[in-house]
Design a protein around this ligand. Structure first.
Ligand code: 13P
Length: 227
């Protein structure tokens, strides 16, 4: 299983360092990734892989407020989240923009975690609308890319405490799995109490965790559940 922690705009450089020390000292056969805020990026010793939550499709240049490859290279960062719903909805990243990022970081051979997920009104329209929506989010993305991971995160389940049901996850993941062979993560209110049931789903290869990953002991406790 892949356990990926997305800190979003939480933690500082100091607390991330403490977090990483503790997490790297914890031994597990599972794969663990952490996406700290940009100010906390660093080369940490240990097997936990550190990725960036976002970066611009550029080596460097005049893009105020954005990071390029040059800044990631300094810390040997080779993993990026692209298309998180918070970036699509709050920041307004368009599909064209995401495709550009994808192509750029694919060329750099990055591990790309590409995020997709529907809003509640689409889910309520039914299965066909859901499939159509997810298909559109994957348009123009090279699904045969060898370093690709997809994260399915229904927007209505993010930070709401409302997890998708096992049946809902299963149905969506099974559909997505017909489209690519990449690992598929589920995200949306994953926590210590539900990790075991979610991990039992055959088409779930890992989880992308927000709130429940912020406390390192809680995150480790979650991984421990799958011993
Ligand atoms: P929560 O685990 O807080 O619902 O966040 C999920 C998420 O958006 C991870 O990227």
């Amino acid at each position: 299983m892949i356990f990926a922690a997305n800190f979003k705009s939480n933690h500082t450089r100091k607390t991330t360092k403490e977090y990483m020390q503790k997490l790297n000292a914890y031994k597990t056969e599972h794969t663990v990734w952490v996406f700290p805020p940009a100010t906390a990026l660093d080369e940490f010793k240990g097997s936990v892989r550190v990725g960036v939550q976002n970066a611009f499709a550029t080596h460097n240049g005049a893009y105020t407020g954005e990071l390029g490859l040059e800044q990631l290279d300094e810390f040997n960062i080779k993993t990026i989240l692209i298309g998180h719903s918070e970036r699509r909805l709050i920041i307004g990243e368009t599909l064209g923009w995401l495709q550009e990022k994808f192509n750029f970081y694919q060329e750099q051979n990055f591990n790309i975690v590409f995020c997709i997920g529907e809003p509640l009104e689409i889910r309520e329209e039914g299965v066909e609308a859901l499939k159509r929506y997810l298909d559109e989010q994957l348009e123009g993305i090279d699904l045969s890319y060898k370093n690709l991971t997809i994260a399915y995160e229904p927007i209505w389940a993010i930070g709401t405490g409302k997890t998708a049901s096992i049946e809902e996850i299963e149905l969506t993941h099974n559909y997505l799995k017909t489209k690519f062979n990449s690992p598929l993560l589920y995200g949306g209110s994953v926590k210590v109490d539900n990790i075991k049931d979610i991990a039992k789903i055959k088409s779930v290869d890992g989880v992308l965790v927000g709130s429940a990953s912020l406390d390192v002991d809680n995150f480790i406790q979650m991984i421990e559940k799958l011993k």
